[in-house]
Design a protein around this ligand. Structure first.
Ligand code: PAF
Length: 273
């Protein structure tokens, strides 16, 4: 596995490669969720590039940038064992200068759900993803469905800015008890982790209601909110795949999303129906 930290050097290296390139952008602290993205990228492409970059611009003031788990050596090992060809490992100074051009998230879709309580977060995400895609110029790029709003906004950016990369959504990976994998799960104490399980169980309840023919969004949201209490709930929403609210679940076109705070940790999860 080649490790490159300079954007220019990586561009130069990839310029001579005529194979399909699959790209998995990450902020490190890799877990099985990231490994499933890498696996998918390996299945579909000849070369796999992973980036490991804790992007400061997507953290708001007072958020967890300083305490975000950092496991650089373990991450490199995971990439190597997963058969990654190139690991892009830049410093913030390699990625950002002063007086920067940036990408702005759309004024509506970028400021609802997670974007409402983290105003500006998606500007940072889209800017860094645009930079990374321009550096790697991949055939396909892989993003988890767990961060459904991020995935939606990146797909929108690629479409609206006429970019040629294919964005590939990858299913959420869960612990045996249902907890969706996330680097931020590392913040949870034993007791908080038990509380966190309410998120996945509320989604299982929603799915069971739909299986029994209950399609009314209000009924589903009410049942989920009851299950999530007394956690702080940012939102529970039933949306279509374009992120517009649905009064009734439409099978094949629905995402049910939830975000809560367990102690100081934000947890988000969703199911695609
Ligand atoms: O999902 C993430 O890990 C990050 O938001 C991403 C896409 C790597 C951009 O920093």
């Amino acid at each position: 596995m080649k490790i490159i930290s300079s954007p220019r050097e990586l561009k130069e290296y990839l310029k001579n490669i005529n194979n399909t390139v699959g790209f998995v952008p990450t902020m490190g602290a890799l877990h099985e969720g990231h490994i499933s993205l890498i696996k998918k990228a390996k299945e579909q492409n000849e070369i796999v590039v992973v980036s490991l970059f804790l992007n400061p611009t997507q953290f708001l003031k007072g958020e967890d940038l300083e305490k975000y788990p950092k496991k650089d050596e373990a991450d490199k090992k995971i990439c190597q064992l997963s058969g990654v060809d190139v690991l892009f490992f830049p410093q913030a100074s390699d990625m950002y200068g002063v007086d920067e051009v940036s990408i702005l998230a759309p004024k509506v879709r970028g400021y609802v759900l997670e974007g409402e309580s983290r105003a500006g977060h998606f500007n940072g995400v889209l800017t860094v993803v645009m930079k990374l895609l321009n550096i790697v110029n991949p055939t396909r790029a892989y993003f988890g469905k767990k961060d459904a709003q991020q995935l939606n906004l990146i797909s929108l950016m690629v479409k609206q800015l006429f970019m040629s990369v294919e964005i590939v959504p990858v299913d959420t990976v869960r612990e045996k008890d249902g907890l969706a994998l996330s680097s931020r799960n590392a913040y949870l104490s034993k007791e908080e982790r038990v509380q966190a399980l309410k998120v996945a169980s509320s989604l299982r309840t929603a799915s069971a209601m739909v299986s029994k023919g209950v399609l009314n969004s209000y009924e589903i949201i009410t049942a989920m909110r009851e299950m999530l209490a007394p956690l702080e709930i940012f939102y529970v929403e039933v949306l279509d795949r374009e992120f517009s609210p649905l009064s009734h679940v439409e099978i094949g076109n629905t995402i049910i999303l939830v975000e809560v705070k367990v102690a100081t940790t934000r947890l988000l999860d969703n199911i695609w129906l």
